[in-house]
Design a protein around this ligand. Structure first.
Ligand SMILES: *Cc1c(COP(=O)(O)O)cnc(C)c1O
Length: 321
């Protein structure tokens, strides 16, 4: 784990300055159909239109932009099932440093190709038998590279929080903010931003039914570890939330709800048909909780983070068929 102090809203504001000009300020979209379905005013923050196709560019770029000269010389190392890998590879290329990425051998082909395309060196492992954190720690030591994990890092959390910061700056105060979670980087950062910029906003985490470790963790008051969940939401198939993330979730997140793979498919169809957007299954989590009425939001102003849009086209066609 990093030795940096726990992130606060000041780090989110600092991240916003570091990523300005490099990250896109993504659009906030609305849909009359979605509003009519729920009786609410919904604001979709569309990170599927972020660079490399997901919010992860925010945290990765912010983390690398804080590197010292000697860290830049040795380069960055990470492990990821996909979007964080691309985010690190692209951020490293922009920063002019070397990136090594440890990925599961069954990661979606499009994500692996994109990572190599951005110039990252990819090392694969079997995610059902290998321990990526151990492999990463060993490589970091051998090569003297700085490890930037996908969610359990203050600069990553702060970077992801800029998404909710931009959203609330644009919409004004919200009653609810729905954010998907795997390891809790996006949710922790967004919760910090909401607590500062819209203090009465209720923050809801959304995770796949097959892997409700965060829900269990908040109920028990400690980080619960689960087996690798089998879900189409591959970006949220994490086994536990992070150590930096959990105290923030405990303090600022009202509750965590779950949605099924079937509800994710319904939501992908909604986005494609009604809003003309390609959204990956994980990116549908937060919207699914609202559109499938998991938590009634009638009459409320509701922010929804659409976290990413990276999905193999053949796979997308199967889902939409
Ligand atoms: C990584 C990722 C998530 C989960 O983010 P965490 O910070 O691990 O909670 C959700 N959606 C997409 C598209 C992702 O790439």
């Amino acid at each position: 784990m990093s030795t940096l102090p726990a992130p606060t809203y000041a780090d989110v504001a600092d991240a916003a300055e570091h990523i300005a000009g490099a990250a896109h300020r993504t659009p906030v979209m609305t849909s009359r159909t979605a509003d009519a379905l729920t009786g609410a005013s919904l604001f979709f923050k569309c990170e599927n239109f972020q660079r490399m196709g997901a919010f992860k560019f925010r945290g990765a770029f912010n983390a690398i932009s804080h590197f010292t000269e000697s860290q830049r010389q040795a380069g960055v190392l990470t492990f990821s099932s996909g979007n964080h890998a691309q985010a690190i590879a692209l951020s490293a290329r922009i920063a002019g440093i070397k990136a090594t990425i440890i990925m599961p051998e069954d990661a979606p082909a499009a994500k692996m190709e994109a990572t190599r395309g951005y110039g990252g060196e990819v090392i694969t492992y079997d995610r059902y038998t290998g321990n990526r954190e151990e492999i990463a720690a060993r490589l970091a030591q051998e090569r003297d590279m700085t490890l930037i994990p996908p969610y359990d890092h203050p600069h990553v959390i702060a970077g992801q929080g800029t998404s909710a910061k931009e959203l609330i700056e644009e919409t004004g105060p919200l009653d609810y903010l729905f954010v998907c979670l795997g390891g809790g980087g996006l949710l922790a950062g967004c919760a910090l931003a909401a607590a500062e910029l819209s203090p009465s906003c209720t923050v809801i985490g959304v995770e796949p039914e097959a892997g409700n470790d965060a829900q269990q963790s908040l109920e028990r008051g400690e980080i619960v570890h689960i087996e690798v969940p089998r879900t189409i939401a591959d970006g949220a198939a994490s086994t536990h939330v992070g150590e930096y993330n959990f105290p923030i979730l405990k303090r600022y997140v009202d509750r965590v709800v779950t949605v099924s793979d079937d509800q994710l498919v319904q939501t992908m169809k909604f986005f494609a048909q009604r809003m003309k957007m390609v959204v990956e299954p994980t990116g549908c989590l937060a919207a699914a909780a609202v559109l499938q009425n998991i938590l009634p939001v009638k009459g409320k102003r509701v922010g929804i983070i659409v976290s990413g849009g990276n999905v193999d086209l053949a796979r997308l066609a199967q889902f939409l068929a």
